[in-house]
Design a protein around this ligand. Structure first.
Ligand code: AHR
Length: 565
């Protein structure tokens, strides 16, 4: 009888049911109150048996979704820089996450931990944004060079001490070790154009100036390359509470005087200057984008920008974030994914403004802070923004990367916040231990999409409903990599039902397909230091017959397949 009650209340979510679910726990508590201890024990046995059955039984009623891919058609290049990372001096993002110092027992190369470097190399990080964030507008680069280092405070993030042992040279060494590029943000909020100009001269000149000699004396004779230069951070808020017009006048001065002198970056590989852009949707942000882009349209030889940033975190019900990063159920899963899909409209709206003033799309939209932001883990320093990273975050990441790919003509860079131990991280560390998060695995699976050419996919996404939330059941993108191989990514958002995909593949003589899928038992499944392999990609096989690819997607999964001609 109890089993019947359970079946009728969980009939739509059999695969997702387990005794650790909130609903299961609530039901147990209610029965305990009604029936007493003995009956509760009996109930637990029945529920356990039932859960074991539902977790191993074959899926019923998988949904069918048809996709059509025409590989002879192509769109914009998916700039590999949309897979960029962000490392701020915040909590254990830099100190412990990257930097342990040369004397640490944790294996390191010149103070930078080897396990983290190896993991990041595997996801081919195209660029790392540093030193912030809010931190950037209080960072004074001279504190982080030479010896001894000036010890400062980090008032934004817990008021802790920053020893400045990780400074310019250490960041550049780290970038070099992981095979990435530098995205350096200069201090517009509390610094001066002269301070930023000096920093750039120190880093990039090959001429024997005093600053060059100082860099050489500090151990680096060759000029450094800077791929991106951030002109402040959130100057409308933590970066100085500026109005759009005030920021514009400051930004013009910085673009005029903060120069990259690296001889290798004059004609080719020029440093891209990124102005602070909007932080959301609505009149305040429309005005910001309008102000910068209108000025850009009339810009003269003396100033220029190559990108406008956009910051948007997934925070249901706004700040301070209240949703937990672990130990949640389907309701929070559905709400977070609904909220994250707003990224599409946000990009579309700001792109439309940019199109008015820059039809040629010379200025890129760089989403250089995004990701899921939840309540700090209980017991952690709230200023350190520590959260777990679940299967939900993997799906959230895939949905956003797909949005960026669909806007590849304008979105040519993005930096998830943040790389290690902070917010939606790739990596979590605890002293000498390191784990890879579900989001890390999404980035690994998406490596073939770096610099691939977008291929349009048509599909009827269907819908998945939970409570008052309706979401597309599936999402998908396709692209041809630099060797011409076709790749498909398909996300099944539905946590309860599998999806049978049939994809017609035109413009390619498909013979077979191989791929990987990422899923787990529950929407809030995480990797922990005790169980680091709970959420990991598994190989899947797909069938190709008569030019059609068929594939079964697990509920709540991210799948990437390549088509072999
Ligand atoms: O990523 C954390 C913070 O979020 C950044 O420092 C800031 O730019 C944003 O508000």
């Amino acid at each position: 009888m109890m089993a019947l009650i359970v079946m009728s209340s969980y009939g739509n979510s059999l695969r997702n049911f387990s005794l650790s679910d909130y609903a299961g726990r609530t039901l147990q508590a209610a029965c305990r109150a009604l029936l007493g201890v003995k009956s509760t024990l009996l109930l637990a046995v029945v529920l356990t048996a039932f859960a074991a059955f539902t977790l191993t039984a074959p899926y019923s009623a998988a949904q069918r979704v048809e996709l059509s891919v025409d590989a002879s058609k192509s769109g914009a290049k998916i700039d590999r820089n949309i897979f960029g990372q962000f490392a701020e001096h915040l909590g254990h993002g830099v100190y412990e996450g990257i930097w342990v110092g040369p004397d640490s027992k944790i294996p390191n190369t010149r103070g930078i931990r080897n396990d983290v470097v190896a993991a990041l190399k595997a996801i081919k990080v195209p660029n790392v944004r540093w030193p912030g964030g809010c931190f950037a507008d209080e960072y004074h680069w001279r504190n982080g060079i030479g010896s001894p280092r000036v010890v400062t405070l980090n008032p934004n993030w817990g008021g802790v001490i920053d020893p400045n042992t990780f400074g310019t040279h250490e960041f550049m060494d780290f970038i070099d070790q992981i095979g990435s590029q530098a995205y350096v943000s200069v201090n517009v909020g509390s610094g001066t154009p002269k301070e930023a100009a000096d920093w750039l001269e120190y880093m990039t000149t090959a001429q024997p100036t005093t600053l060059e000699k100082e860099r050489v004396a500090n151990g680096h004779s060759a000029p450094y390359k800077i791929a991106y230069l951030g002109l402040g951070n959130e100057s409308w808020d933590c970066g100085g509470n500026m109005t759009p017009d005030y920021y514009l006048s400051q930004m013009k001065i910085y673009t005029r005087f903060v120069r990259n002198f690296n001889p290798a970056q004059q004609d080719k590989q020029q440093m891209l200057k990124i102005a602070v852009g909007p932080g959301g949707d609505g009149p305040r942000w429309t005005e910001w984008t309008e102000t910068i882009m209108k000025a850009y349209q009339q810009h003269t030889w003396s100033w220029d920008i190559n990108g406008l940033s956009l910051h948007s975190y997934t925070v249901v019900h706004g700040f301070p974030p209240s949703y937990a990063s672990v130990g949640f159920g389907e309701t929070e899963y559905a709400q977070v994914l609904k909220s994250t899909l707003d990224m599409d409209g946000l990009i579309a709206n700001h792109s439309a403004i940019m199109d008015k003033y820059d039809a040629a799309k010379k200025v890129a939209l760089i989403v250089d802070e995004w990701g899921g932001w939840y309540a700090p883990l209980p017991g952690s320093n709230p200023g350190f923004l520590v959260q777990q990273n679940s299967l939900r975050d993997a799906i959230l990441a895939a949905l956003n990367l797909n949005i960026f790919a669909r806007h590849a003509d304008r979105v040519r860079g993005a930096n998830i916040a943040q790389m290690i131990n902070v917010l939606q991280a790739m990596i979590l560390t605890d002293k000498e231990k390191m784990i890879l998060t579900p989001t890390y695995y999404v980035y690994k699976m998406y490596v073939p999409f770096q610099d691939a050419t977008f291929v349009p996919v048509k599909f009827d996404a269907g819908s998945y409903r939970h409570g008052d939330v309706t979401l597309p059941r599936v999402d998908a993108i396709a692209a041809k990599d630099t060797n011409g191989k076709l790749w498909l990514e398909i996300t099944n958002l539905d946590p309860n039902q599998a999806v049978e995909v049939e994809a017609s593949l035109d413009g390619i003589n498909a013979q077979s397909a191989v791929g990987e899928t990422l899923t787990a038992l529950q929407v809030d499944s995480v990797n922990t230091f005790d169980a680091p392999n709970t959420v990991e990609p598994k190989t899947i096989s797909a069938k190709i017959q008569g030019g059609k690819l068929s594939l079964k997607l697990e509920p709540k999964s991210v799948t990437v397949v390549s088509v072999v001609p």
